[in-house]
Design a protein around this ligand. Sequence first.
Ligand SMILES: *Cc1c(COP(=O)(O)O)cnc(C)c1O
Length: 364
Amino acid sequence: MPRPIQATIHVEALRHNLARMRSATPDAKVWAVVKANAYGHGIERAYDGLRGADGFALLDLGEAERVRSLGWRGPILLLEGVFEPRDLELCSRLGLWHTIHCDEQIEMLAAHKTQVPHRVFLKMNSGMNRLGFAPARYRAAWTRLDALPQVEEISLMTHFSDADGERGIDHQLSVFLDTTRDLPGERSLANSAASLRHAADPQVRGDWIRPGIAVYGSAPDYPEHDVGHWGIRPAMTLGSKLLAVQYLQPGDTVGYGSSFTAGEPLRIGVVACGYADGYPRHCSTGTPVLVEGVRTRLVGRVSMDMLAVDLTPVPHADFGSEVTLWGTASNGALLAIDEVAKSAGTLGYELMCALAPRVPVVVA
Ligand SMILES: *Cc1c(COP(=O)(O)O)cnc(C)c1O
């Protein structure tokens, strides 16, 4: 009998969330962003829920090959473009569209021998200072690309640093719009947060949105808004079971470092889930957990293979009871990954991507 821990990928939730992103940006095409193995969900497992997208965006060439071998004939975009000249051969062979964010990538393309000209996305650094040409150099890069026989079509792209927060996107948007004003080509600007928060403006929607996190059912701007507010559903459930029950007397402590001390008699459950499964060790006493679909709290420190929960709100819980670390319980109760992430001082992104390989995954 394996340990009872298991992750479930909800294909229907992926489908729903994708449709939700479409309805937020009705006239735009949608890249389903599936980098980092579909944010930890598994490209092959997520594919059925996401095949309604107009294209798949990712950055690992191996992942692009996997999407093609699933039978996807539509667009695939390499979000960081190529890393070395031979990557362009794969682009030609698999028909991959690729980002051009620096001069070195233009050089590589200019030296590339191909019968099939490439579709490229020219990236502007409009203020995030990660990838892309500075606005003052953007048009020159466009002109150079436009003159290359290896280039079939140029699209225009940028990325926002603060679409989820207070600073917003206006400072970057105006730079992008000013610089690209009379350039032809499709535009792509918005990640999940920009698509949900700022896409009332058709210039933000552009021709292609690039949602990742929202498709997987995490609110990009939590705690300002939660999944309920955005109408998205968790695509991943991390579930397990109680493998022991302990009775504490006042003064008894729980786990390594005795960080939790019972103030009164307390029944606790020990869950088969720890940081070696990808549950964050930084979650402390009080982090929400569902037992039999009832909300309770973590007590004490998370250890490698186990953690403890307060059974006071679920007196009927016992050995073998269902535990939901995040996602949806069998009774339909929901625990957003964002809430757990917040307790650990991180984001839903990190938790889903960090699901450990030892956790068995099923598709529902
Ligand atoms: C990861 C990524 C996205 C998706 O961002 P989310 O916040 O997950 O929606 C979009 N565009 C680029 C360039 C990315 O790297």
